[in-house]
Design a protein around this ligand. Sequence first.
Ligand code: FBP
Length: 555
Amino acid sequence: MQVSALQKARYAYQPKLPLILRGNISDIEAKKGEATQSEADQAEIRKLFANTYGMPIVSFVKGSNSISSKKLNVGVILSGGQAPGGHNVICGLYDALKKANKENVLYGFCGGPSGIIEDKYIVLNDDIINEYRNTGGFDMIQSGRTKLETEEQFKICTENCHKHGINAIVIIGGDDSNTNAAVLAEYFKAQGEDICVVGCPKTIDGDLKNKCIETSFGFDTACKTYSELIGNIERDANSARKYWHFVRLMGRSASHIALECAIETRPNICLVGEEVEAKNQSIEDITNYIARVVASRAAHGDNYGVCLVPEGLIEFIPSVKVLIREINDLIAEKADEFNTLKTTESKIAYIESLLSDGSKKVFNSLPAQIEAQLLLDRDPHGNVQVSLIETEKLLIETVKKRLAQMKANGEYSGKFNAQNHFFGYEGRCAFPSNFDADYCYSLGYNACLLISNGLTGYLSSITNLSEPADKWNAGGIPITMMMNMEQRNGRMKPVIKKALVELSGAPFKFFEKNREDWALNTRYMFPGAIQYFGPEEVCGQTTKTLSLEQGKSIC
Ligand code: FBP
């Protein structure tokens, strides 16, 4: 493979581990805490996870252990959307396995969870691993969105584990994939199978976090990549002074990415889905807010600006949320009829005929393009694919109309020329920042320790992340502890609770305090590209979100 100079230099980077993981594996003790309970719906979740519910949080401390050095065969799966650092999780896991026993074998199941069902795998060795150290992407073994959830899939999975003598599976995924990791762990236990399942918290969206998981990997690099691009656009806007740029940012439901990028770049407007929901705002309210800022800036001669739009915004507008839920249920319930319809128009007409009166009204108020985008295929977990809904274009249109009315009323006399952008895939496969390179390597290394200790149904956890790596803590969190019951594909299911932006949290408070100033005055910040080599204050910064959440001040 031809490699760039940067890639060559990154191969040589040695990711940092927490101090506790740096010594001999035999000197690390697994300290178990109190029994745990699920986030909510304890009775139902206890019933569904009879063998794995209530397990304690585990922390690794200095001590001794009686882990045997018996040969282990481990399978690893990348699940869901790409996130920078995935390769490093595998590298950390591989290095720890080889350190524990040179005979240990790591199977990389290819193409996501379907790899283990179809028995598509590669046996990872030094040559393969060394080609992917500290690189972006998931191309070492690729990823996929197949859901591991049926009894039949679990049976095939068991057969394939037996075939290769697999003792443990590591699933690197987001909330839905780790939910499935917990279900698989429970299945193995119930069947008396001695196969551990351990998860690793992956997603650029930043919504897999709670009091025990401080951030998911990939969020840091993705936000820094988007912030670099937004900063460049701000500089262009500030130079040309003739466009309003509407930038939609990936992140699925939660607005963590948009909020982090706003704190990094200080745009004139950043919408936050969770606030829209809390204030019960409609598309009209959001439009009026944007138009007011556009008009106020125009009054000072500034006919330009930058507005960040989280891709999940549309789902938070309460009336649209109800509409999406109805469409999700209808698509699941009437799948046979719906899937026979050939044209977009016939699909729109069919769904419209079945909607409640309230939702029909909201549906009809949307441009045809957005109606069609709301009906596109659901992901395998039954979620609408918000990355396909062009909310930024919808807002440009509604704002344009509102400004025309304001002009007619003599409330506005500026110019509004808008450009739309969508930043998503651009940030998911970047070279991991030093933070993500270190964090991911540590998560993978730590997953090996969880397996060696026979722990199953756990998520690999590295904490104290706003401090330097040598002060990080390592351990495991029982996945059931993060669960509640939610409606999916028309049925109640146990799932890991998604972490949305907390309006009382430090990152949102910081943004709220400053947004009016950023709206009217131009306070753009240009973070520039991620730096991998150089002084720690340039290369070693965590996200502003993490710093603020951990009580650190930011500049
Ligand atoms: P995960 O939750 O699987 O990590 O996905 C992250 C994400 O990038 C979302 O932000 C986005 O909405 C979605 O994937 C896009 O999915 P796809 O890669 O299938 O287009």
